[in-house]
Design a protein around this ligand. Structure first.
Ligand SMILES: Cc1cc2nc3c(=O)[nH]c(=O)nc-3n(C[C@H](O)[C@H](O)[C@H](O)COP(=O)(O)OP(=O)(O)OC[C@H]3O[C@@H](n4cnc5c(N)ncnc54)[C@H](O)[C@@H]3O)c2cc1C
Length: 393
């Protein structure tokens, strides 16, 4: 992009064309919110979005997150009608397991989710074994089972949002880094990029793990820390049932899902900090993949004979309560943040774009109340804590 072709003004500038920025651009365009510019230092899906394991589940302990996941599931299920593209949501079913000392919490959370409209029920280890004969369920007393959940594809979803947003008039500016926000007299005036400036009364940073330094420049320290994660993609071992359910398994501290009919994806709860989002290993280390697979073998013993096809590495944007920061930054009118998704943003991204568009156009999230996600909550000493939070939430 040359400085001549960079738009000089916009009604809204969205910084970051990950799944969040693209979703917001789509929802703003649907509401005919004026001249929207979506800008990325690289290209759509370059960040965590293109590396996402993309599990889709409704199981959260905090009700607004359940609501965001449900609104998103509806969009994933009706992708063609809403976004106009084929979509690639795979409904495999999903299971959440917790250690014995958290079973009471599991029961409470499943009851809360069912009340909010989630198709979820408790199943015994024996029932789970019948659904997934390859899994060892001896140590599972009860699990939460969501027949309608599954997984998707981060890059595809972001691309679908972007192409529909562009059809509806959004300007997409790749390969252009925003180097600063322009702020004067307590309000945002636009952004400075490496190719020139764009004046705008509203700016939203959907910048994932790159968010903190941008805001530090305008005197606001958002506690978002990059954290390094690794994922293994395996070829199913001979005799393994393909296309099985997705699972978050607190007992082995892993999550996993099928990857089509012939592959299996395994990820880890634990990550490493600090890490530089511009300079982290692009190749997963064999030792760490082995360690993740070994733990998953306790649940899916046949994986012991599965061939490792490749590793995926990526960076989460962690917040102190592992929940996103959504909304205007105090003291700078018009400057909004939409980041800190803490490794869980894919499944709620369709709804996040919607509620952020409502926040900008209607003054608040109407579909889901997102006021508790306000960026000032940490400075106020009010991080989010769910009533029946798990140890590893
Ligand atoms: C390995 C891995 C596995 C995951 N698994 C799951 C999962 O199973 N389920 C789930 O729900 N979530 C999962 N997630 C999390 C989910 O993928 C992320 O929460 C989501 O993709 C974040 O999207 P984003 O748009 O906020 O950020 P990103 O995708 O990181 O996008 C940020 C964009 O901003 C751009 N940018 C940054 N700074 C600037 C700047 N100054 N100027 C211009 N552009 C800028 C970047 O280039 C980037 O394209 C996973 C993430 C990873 C890394």
């Amino acid at each position: 992009m040359s400085s001549n072709s960079l738009p000089r003004t916009a009604d809204v500038v969205i910084v970051g064309a990950g799944i969040m920025g693209a979703s917001l651009a789509f929802h703003l365009a649907r509401r005919k919110a004026g001249n929207v510019v979506l800008i990325d230092k690289d290209h759509v899906g370059f960040g965590g979005t293109g590396r996402s394991s993309a599990l889709i589940r409704m199981h959260y302990s905090y009700p607004p997150e359940v609501q965001l996941a449900l609104v998103s599931l509806h969009m994933f299920q009706h992708w063609r009608e809403i976004v106009g593209e084929a979509g690639d949501f795979r409904k495999t079913g999903f299971v959440r397991t917790v250690p014995a000392n958290e079973i009471e919490r599991l029961k409470q959370n499943v009851a809360m989710q069912a009340k909010l409209g989630v198709n979820v029920r408790l199943i015994t280890g024996q029932e789970l074994k019948e659904l997934e004969p390859d899994w060892n369920t001896d140590d599972i007393e009860l699990a939460a089972y969501e027949p309608d959940s599954g997984y998707g594809d981060g890059a595809n979803v972001a691309n679908d949002f972007l192409s529909r947003a562009r059809d509806l008039g959004v300007t997409y500016v790749p390969k252009t880094q925003v180097t600063a926000f322009q702020v004067a007299e307590g309000r945002v005036r636009g952004v400075v990029t490496e190719h020139g400036q764009i004046a705008a009364p509203v700016v939203v940073a959907a910048t994932g793990p790159w968010t903190r330094p941008l805001f530090q420049q305008v005197g606001y320290d958002l506690p978002i820390e990059p954290e390094y994660h690794q994922v293994a993609i395996l070829k199913n071992a001979p005799g393994m049932k393909g296309g099985g359910m997705a699972c978050i398994d607190s007992i082995t501290a892993t999550y996993f899902r099928s990857d089509g009919q012939d592959k299996f994806l395994v990820g880890d709860f634990y990550g490493k900090r600090p890490v530089d989002p511009d300079n982290f290993p692009q190749r997963a280390s064999d030792e760490s993949l082995e360690a993740i697979i070994e733990r998953t073998c306790c649940r899916v013993p046949k994986l012991e004979n599965a061939e490792v096809m490749r590793g995926v590495t990526g960076v989460y944007d962690m917040s102190p309560d592992a929940r996103p920061l959504l909304g205007e930054v105090p003291g700078i009118d018009g400057l909004h943040v939409c980041a800190g998704f803490s490794g869980m943003g894919f499944k709620i991204a369709p709804a996040i774009g919607l509620v952020m568009s409502e926040l900008l156009l209607d003054g608040k999230g109407k579909t889901v109340d997102i006021s508790s996600f306000r960026p000032s909550r940490f400075a106020e000493g009010k991080p989010i804590k769910a009533e029946f939070e798990y140890k590893d939430d």
